[in-house]
Design a protein around this ligand. Structure first.
Ligand code: DQA
Length: 148
């Protein structure tokens, strides 16, 4: 099973960026931990971070036929990007939306996700653990679907 983990804009600055909201872990540390969690679950994982909306769209399009599912923290694009939404609709890839912070406890414009209704589920507010919970949830979902 291959899971793609996708990260949107400004997540490359984790560790130094608003640590009171996003914690002290760097994206490289979250990547290393996520790769460990994937190994423990027996799945392959790829990792992408981009600050560019079009690049995120390209990466999502490129997952067609290559990934079984995705864990996505689209960061600010979560709240703004019809293009990312359309790409996810086009590839029909099961995905879990994750956020470090609890987007529903933040400013009104962050409480709306343009992706959430397409997702298998959403994990928001557990810091780096959101990635682990999202990965576990997605792998469980895909395993039960394949077993049917
Ligand atoms: C975020 C929440 C978004 O609102 C914000 O734009 C981010 C990070 C999170 O992981 O908590 O960049 O996706």
């Amino acid at each position: 099973m291959h899971i793609a983990v996708l990260n949107g804009p400004n997540l490359n600055l984790l560790g130094e960026r608003e640590p009171e909201l996003y914690g002290r872990a760097t994206l490289a540390e979250i990547e290393a931990a996520t790769r460990e969690w994937a190994r423990a679950l027996g799945v392959q994982c790829s990792w992408t971070q981009t600050n560019h909306e079009g690049e995120l769209v390209d990466v999502i399009q490129g997952l067609r036929g290559k990934a079984d599912g995705a864990v996505i923290n689209a960061a600010a694009f979560t709240h703004t990007s019809l293009a990312v939404r359309d790409a996810l609709l086009a590839v029909r890839l099961p995905f879990v939306e994750v956020h470090l912070s609890n987007i529903f406890a933040r400013e009104p414009e962050r409480r709306r996700s343009l992706l959430a209704d397409l997702a298998v589920g959403v994990v928001t507010g557990f810091g780096a653990e959101s990635y682990r919970l999202g990965l576990e949830g997605l792998v469980g979902y895909l395993a039960s679907r394949h077993g049917r």
